[in-house]
Design a protein around this ligand. Structure first.
Ligand code: SF4
Length: 320
């Protein structure tokens, strides 16, 4: 697993020698940053299912490779609160435990910095009888090297597409909004390559007889107020490059969190929309656009998701 000798698992390609004790730009070192493993009832219907007893068997990793200023998981993704460093065997055990609790799948959240260890853990868990689909739930800033490791191990890719290009924009030019909001000025360039590779590996989403995700791609886009995420440019690109049969999750759950305060944002006064949730009118504008583009396999949320989806990783019941 020499991939970590000079880490290039994500678009930052910071080349940290993590096996030699260096930490990467994301903060990841030699061990796996683990925060929580739980049955998640609130993911998209093919992942969480519709029955009371099941849910998505979600494993949250710490030290995300992106640093979104409004991240709702900031306690673990950026502040590393209540996190432990674990090894491959412990991760495999966590997968098996979730399966034993009735999970519909194993949903790996922010896995990118730990791809080599996750690959080993999946193999160990499979050897011990794990049969559930493996979901790779990522911010979408993955390198081709990390996706090559996951090829054949992942059943369902669940990447973000966080932002589109500005009018006349060039993906090879740094984007100031992507830099400011996500900490990655070249996000779009890496994201596009990653989405195309994921689609090549697993194709469009297919469901099993219970309506649960068996294999394929679901792309998530968190709609931001005032079209800050350039949803108008992103959706046509997704349709043109991934096909109208793409399963798209248009998320309405944005709310001010992490470094963004409600209403008054002195640090982000040039993006005043970040200080409020979405309005129903602007969300409907983008769901209408998706529908008009022929993206009929779209999952939508009610705006109350902005109130419901507020995890607190310092509590035993994260989503209570
Ligand atoms: S995953 Fe972390 S250590 Fe690896 S290239 Fe990205 S930022 Fe650097």
């Amino acid at each position: 697993m020499g991939i970590k000798r000079g880490c290039a698992l994500c678009g930052h390609m910071c080349r940290a020698d993590r096996y030699a004790g260096e930490r990467g730009r994301c903060g990841a070192g030699t061990r796996i940053g683990f925060s929580a493993a739980l049955i998640h009832p609130g993911e998209e219907p093919p992942l969480s299912g519709r029955d009371e007893n099941g849910g998505s068997g979600t494993i949250f990793f710490s030290r995300c490779n992106l640093s979104c200023v409004f991240c709702q998981n900031w306690q673990i993704s950026q502040a590393n609160q209540n996190c432990q460093d674990i090894d491959v065997d412990t991760l495999a055990e966590a997968m098996l435990s979730l399966a034993g609790r009735g999970a519909h799948n194993i949903n790996l959240v922010s896995p990118t910095p730990y791809v080599p260890e996750i690959a080993l853990a999946i193999s160990k868990a499979r050897n011990r009888g794990l049969k559930l689909p493996m979901v790779y739930n990522t911010g979408g800033y993955d390198s081709m090297a990390s996706l090559a490791v996951m090829d054949g191990l992942v059943d369902v890719y669940l990447p973000d597409a966080k932002i589109g290009l500005p009018p006349g924009g060039d993906e090879n030019e740094p984007d100031s909004i992507s830099m400011r909001l996500f900490g990655a000025g070249d996000y779009v360039r890496h994201n596009r390559k990653a989405l195309l590779e994921m689609k090549r590996q697993v194709g469009h989403l297919t469901l099993d007889g219970r309506g649960l995700a068996a294999k394929g791609l679901i792309v998530r886009h968190l709609v931001l107020p005032d079209n800050i995420a350039r949803t108008d440019a992103l959706l046509p690109w997704l349709r043109d490059n991934l096909g109208a049969d793409l399963h798209l999750s248009l998320m309405a759950q944005y709310h001010p969190a992490n470094r963004i305060q409600v209403g008054h944002n002195p640090e982000f006064r040039d993006y005043p929309g970040l200080g409020r949730p979405l309005s129903i009118r602007e969300y409907e504008k983008w769901t209408d656009l998706a529908w008009g583009l022929g993206l009929r396999n779209s999952y939508v949320q009610g705006l109350e998701a902005a109130m419901r989806m507020r995890p607190d990783f310092t509590k035993p019941d994260v989503f209570d």
